[in-house]
Design a protein around this ligand. Structure first.
Ligand SMILES: Cc1cc2nc3c(=O)[nH]c(=O)nc-3n(C[C@H](O)[C@H](O)[C@H](O)COP(=O)(O)OP(=O)(O)OC[C@H]3O[C@@H](n4cnc5c(N)ncnc54)[C@H](O)[C@@H]3O)c2cc1C
Length: 392
């Protein structure tokens, strides 16, 4: 593991910092995103993604011919780190960039790559991930949404749930069942679906953080052209695994810098004055909590470097991504829990730091569920990293 930046990587970082200093928009100060429609916050985020793309910062490690920069995976990691360190706005097309694009690059036809990849990077097309169903989450291969061949189309009927961004999405990476007689992993087909097709209904769900970022999606006789199959008919399971591995590998990138900002802010708050009381940081229990959070964050950083080194050797994210996913999601819950304890009841108010602590505490609850629960990550680590036998 040699993490000393090469002159090229240092030049990349410097160029990016200069570009961000000149182009990063002022932070968004509006209320939480409303469900449905392109509200002002959505427009703000779309404009930011477009600016990144036009500036040559879309798809850092994606091939140039599809609108990417053709840079290395290390440079991609530097990019995510710098964006997080600069507190840049989130990238709204994250599902397309983190998960759908890499899967199309790995499994798509040339026609699919030309049709979709550059629009994913520019934000012209927002994607959602139609995997989970009411009866298929951790046991994803039990999914029941049917796709039946009818001439040169598939006809889709069924329901997805927890579909992030479906209310904004132009397209969906959809897992369907095409063979009910085959073993459950063998009868799945992955389709690239136009979300404006007749027969698709999106119903937003509200999260406890107040966001309406995910949805139920209903499919009634939705016709999908056969050329929109990604991979092979009945060969959708390996495609789904590629998508999930990329989701785990990519969604965690840049988190170290983000958590570091939060922890630094918490430490400063704990050192600060409190009316009629000593600073919280004089309390031994608070000091121990902060020291523990600091060292866990260092573990996160080092583990991230290890995962990146492995990724550079193989080119594809492996099961080790589950270690990072498990660690960061539980870390965020420990940190936000500690923050509310240290800052006291006032931190639950919207008036306190713009409601950031209360929001982060509530949103972090979903971190150990989305992209695979902690229990599922532990199973993956046990079986695929440690080589332990399956549990009974
Ligand atoms: C914020 C958020 C965003 C999401 N976005 C999307 C999205 O865009 N697209 C999408 O398709 N899905 C999305 N999901 C859904 C997510 O992938 C599922 O919620 C997750 O896979 C768990 O499935 P489930 O909710 O059906 O729970 P279940 O699978 O029913 O699990 C219930 C409990 O049982 C445990 N469990 C299940 N199986 C095992 C096992 N074998 N061993 C031990 N314990 C087990 C689980 O860990 C969990 O605690 C999102 C979820 C959240 C919270």
């Amino acid at each position: 593991m040699d993490l000393k930046p090469t002159p090229q990587e240092q030049a990349f970082r410097d160029e990016l910092r200069q570009w961000l200093a000149a182009n990063q928009p002022p932070p968004w100060s509006g209320a939480t995103q409303e469900a449905g429609g392109k509200d002002a916050h959505t427009e703000y985020l779309l404009a930011w993604q477009r600016k990144l793309y036009d500036g040559g910062w879309g798809g850092i490690a994606w091939p140039k011919q599809y609108g990417g920069r053709g840079a290395s995976l290390i440079e991609q990691a530097i990019f995510q780190e710098e964006l997080a360190a600069a507190d840049a706005p989130e990238v709204i097309g994250v599902i397309g960039i983190a998960l759908v694009g890499p899967t199309i690059i790995a499994a798509g036809t040339e026609q699919q790559k030309n049709k979709y990849l550059s629009k994913i990077l520019s934000g012209e097309e927002i994607w959602c991930q139609g995997f989970s169903e009411p009866n298929a989450g951790s046991d994803l291969a039990s999914l029941g949404t049917r796709a039946v061949r009818d001439g040169d189309h598939f006809v889709v009927n069924g329901q997805k749930i927890w579909t992030s961004f479906a209310h904004l999405a132009h397209r969906c990476l959809l897992l369907t069942r095409t063979d009910t007689a085959a073993a459950k992993h063998k009868g799945i087909t992955c389709l690239l679906v136009d979300m404006h097709s007749p027969g698709i209904e999106v119903r937003p769900l509200r999260m406890m953080s107040g966001d309406s970022a995910f949805n139920e999606v209903f499919f009634t006789d939705v016709r999908v052209p056969a050329e929109e199959v990604l991979g092979e008919v009945n060969g959708g399971w390996p495609v789904a695994i590629t998508a999930l591995a990329n989701e785990r590998a990519n969604l965690g990138a840049g988190l170290y810098a983000m958590f570091k900002r939060s922890l630094d802010a918490l430490i400063e708050r704990a050192k600060g004055p409190r009316p009629g009381r000593k600073p919280a940081a004089t309390n031994p229990l608070v000091r121990q909590k902060l020291a523990q959070l600091y060292l866990e964050l260092e573990i996160l950083r080092l583990n991230g470097n290890r995962a990146l080194t492995k990724l550079m050797k193989t080119g594809m994210p492996g099961p080790e991504g589950s270690i990072q996913k498990l660690f960061w999601s539980e870390y965020n819950q420990r940190m936000t829990q500690a923050a509310l304890e240290i800052l006291g009841p006032a931190a639950q108010l919207n008036e306190f730091d713009g409601g950031a602590w209360a929001y982060q505490y509530l949103r972090s609850r979903g971190n150990t569920i989305e992209a695979g629960t902690s229990e599922v990550q532990r199973n993956i680590i046990a079986q695929r990293v440690l080589g332990l036998p399956r549990s009974y």
